[in-house]
Design a protein around this ligand. Structure first.
Ligand code: NAD
Length: 456
């Protein structure tokens, strides 16, 4: 691939590009260049006030330095999207002019060609939250990135941190990673509005095929799911479980009703496990029949409605969950709520050639420039990035330091009101007798995590 030239970007002078070979293997140098989209709202730096992405990057740098003593180092490459990009590349375009632009021109306002070229070339990035574009044509930066770079797996780890108030009394048993298929299912956007010519044609065809129970006035949505699309997602989930020595992969589906889509997803999952991971996996059925699961990942399946009960009642029985798009959308937010909400929910969109790591919350505009928001979700997305690069030592250091920081404040709060906490306002206000004002700044919180990285 030729080295891109940019209108307004300057790549780091040092550092080496991450590459992915024809077999899908990622090659991570010790000095990788990683794209950094700091984001809008609480993501951006304003004057002296660092945004949450900057705070998170500082912790990640400190963890890498501590883990590898200078042998490894990330070189961040600042690239831009969202309002920040629009201000930088098209400062003179007014809001009222946006709707008159073509869809691609609207895309360029929020996702400039420079950004796409950089991400295409460097393949890997960490992203803060972005404002959703105004205008009717170009709707979503995230969806565009997903499609353009075929980021087919949305990966969401959900785990409990001691010290964070969680509504579920079994929250401390939650430690799961959800792999949600990102490109198929009802999200393909094939929908026909009630009463339109296209809807009528489809309904006529269905009636010709004998499906007379579809009313002529119905709106129609299509749910395509393929063996290729399902298997590549499930393959990633199984590999993850094997690499991390996790006990099981659960295929979550609604195949009792939607047999040829969700049911097929389940069947393709078992087929893939038999064909490609026979030595490392065993099905739950085979375990029931007396098969030896020692050292193997158990592949099992659960119907979606039962899964929602299971993650609440017996969360410790689920470690990796692979699921189609719509189920995954619901489950990842519901599971995040189990452990205290999306404030700490990390995520990643991963494909075979590119990966973007990102928090799942938005830009919380009212906190812009206040150095108040919680950098935890971006930071934990950075942990996923480190894990993806195989830098597990640094990832573990961050996880433990975040745990220690929460636990320390919980201990102080348990002694009664008035103690000095080290967490941001959103966590501080959960402790009895403490309000938002007891929280520290985003930068002080991240400094405290760094303090714990070095042993406290
Ligand atoms: P939001 O997540 O930005 O904020 C909702 C509330 O959650 C905030 O008011 C704040 O109280 C709290 N909050 C969120 N993140 C926090 C953090 N890190 N620390 C402390 N408190 C936090 O949701 P919204 O208000 O619906 O959306 C605002 C903007 O963000 C919109 O433009 C929306 O489209 C966009 N958005 C972007 C993404 C993304 O880029 N991935 C995701 C969701 C929303």
């Amino acid at each position: 691939m030729t080295v891109p030239t940019y209108e307004k970007l300057t790549p780091p002078r040092q550092g080496t590009r991450v590459t992915v070979d024809a077999n899908g293997r990622w090659h991570i140098p010790d000095d990788p260049i990683i794209c950094l989209l700091r984001g809008d709202g609480i993501g951006r730096d304003v004057g002296e006030a660092p945004g949450i992405t900057t705070c998170a990057a500082r912790v990640l740098d400190a963890a890498v330095e501590k883990a590898y003593g200078g042998k490894r180092r990330i070189h961040w490459f600042d690239i831009h999207a969202g309002d920040v990009a629009r201000e930088m590349y098209f400062p003179n375009v007014k809001d009222e002019q946006v709707n008159a632009l073509s869809e691609d021109q609207q895309r360029q306002l929020y996702l400039p060609d420079d950004t796409l070229k950089a991400f295409e070339y460097y393949s890997i990035g960490l992203k803060g939250p972005l404002t959703t574009p105004i205008g009717g044509g170009f709707r979503s930066i995230n969806v565009y990135l997903r499609i353009r770079f075929d980021l087919y797996a949305c990966v969401r780890p959900v785990r409990y941190f001691k010290g964070v108030e969680a509504p579920n009394k079994r929250a401390n048993k939650v430690n799961m990673v959800i792999f949600r298929e990102n490109t198929e299912d009802v999200y393909c956007g094939i929908e026909f509005k009630s009463g339109t010519e296209k809807a009528k044609r489809i309904i006529d065809l269905l009636r010709e095929m004998g499906y007379t129970n579809v009313l002529p006035s119905a709106g129609i949505g299509i749910k395509p799911m393929s063996p290729e699309g399902s298997k590549r997602l499930i393959r990633m989930a199984i590999r993850y479980a094997i690499d991390k020595k996790l006990p099981s992969v659960t295929l979550m589906h609604k195949g009792n009703i939607m047999k040829f889509t969700e049911g097929a997803f389940k069947d393709w999952g078992y087929e893939l496990a038999r064909q490609e991971f026979a030595a490392q996996t065993i099905s739950e059925d085979d375990v029931y029949k007396g098969g030896d699961a020692k050292g193997k990942v158990i592949v099992k399946d659960r119907i979606a409605d039962s899964m929602f009960q299971q993650v609440q009642l017996r969360p410790d029985e689920y470690s990796v969950i692979a699921t189609p798009n719509l189920n995954g959308d619901y489950l990842s937010d519901a599971a995040a709520a189990l452990v205290g909400g999306i404030g700490l929910a990390a995520g990643a969109n991963i494909g075979d050639r590119a990966a973007m790591f990102e928090a799942t919350h938005g830009t919380a505009p009212k906190y812009t420039g206040k150095n108040m928001a919680n950098p935890g979700a971006v930071l934990l997305s950075g942990v996923l990035l480190l894990e993806h690069m195989g830098w597990g030592e640094a990832a573990n250091l961050v996880n433990h330091a975040v745990e220690s920081t929460f636990a320390e404040s919980e201990e102080i709060a348990q002694k009664g009101p008035g103690g000095k906490l080290f967490v941001t306002y959103d966590i501080a206000r959960q402790f009895p007798g403490y309000g938002e004002k007891a929280g520290v700044s985003s930068s002080a919180f991240s400094e405290r995590i760094i303090h714990h990285l070095h042993g406290g």
